[in-house]
Write a protein that binds this ligand. Sequence first.
Ligand SMILES: O=C(CO)[C@@H](O)[C@H](O)COP(=O)(O)O
Ligand SMILES: [Fe+2]
Length: 220
Amino acid sequence: MLSPNACLLAPSILAGDHANLAASLKEIESADLKWVHLDIMDGHFVPNLSFGPQTVKALRPNSKLFFDVHLMLDNPDKYIDAFLDAGADQITIHVEPDYPVMETLDYIRSKGCKCGIVLNPGTDAQVAKPFLEKCDIILCMTVQPGFGGQSFRDDVLPKIKQISDWRESMDLNFRLEVDGGVDMETAPLCIEHGADTMVAGTAFFKAVDRPGFVKKVTGR
Ligand SMILES: O=C(CO)[C@@H](O)[C@H](O)COP(=O)(O)O
Ligand SMILES: [Fe+2]
C-alpha cells in the first residue's frame, strides 16, 4: 500500500561539508527541498560521534528548512530541552535504550515539536506498536546506525510494509521514514513498501544530477 502522504527527501548533513555546514544547507535548499536530517551520535548508543545541540543552534538562523533531528543517544530524554532550544522542528528517539520512551514522546509533543520513534534493523515492528498513535513519524533504519555510506538492508522492507499496513488499518497518518543506504535504486523499493520520507546522505551529496536524483528518489 502506497503512503497517503506525499514523498519527501530529507538529505542528511552528516554527508555534507563539516567545515561549512551552512553551505550544505544551502545546497539542500537549492534542490528545492524542505527538510534536512540532522544525525546526533553519542559514541555510546552508536560507535561514532557527530555533532551536538550547539551546532544545530548555530545552523538554525541560516535556514528555514524543517530540522528533522535523529537522536542516536543512550539517554535521549536528558537532551530533549537542548535540542528544542537549538530549534529542532522534529525529534526522533530510538526505542532500544532503557529510558521512558512514551513519556519522552509526550514531553516533546507538549513543547510543540513533532516527535517519533526510530527502530534499528533488528528491532521487531511489534516494539513500535504501542507508540504509533503518539508519533508524527516512524523511522526504520535500513543500516545499523552510526555511519553514513553503508549498504541498504532490504531485509527491513517487510517491517516497513507491516508498519504501513498498521497505519492504514488503524486509520493513522504518521510519516514512515527510511534511513540508511537510500539511493535511486533503493528509494523506489521503500516507496513500494509504504515509506514516504527518504533520508539520503551520501547519495544526495554525491549526486551529479541533483534534480534527476530528487525526482527519482521522491517518485515525483
Ligand atoms: O542515521 C544515519 C546513520 O546512522 C543516517 O542518517 C546516515 O547519515 C545516512 O547516510 P547514508 O546511508 O545516506 O550515507
Ligand atoms: Fe539518521
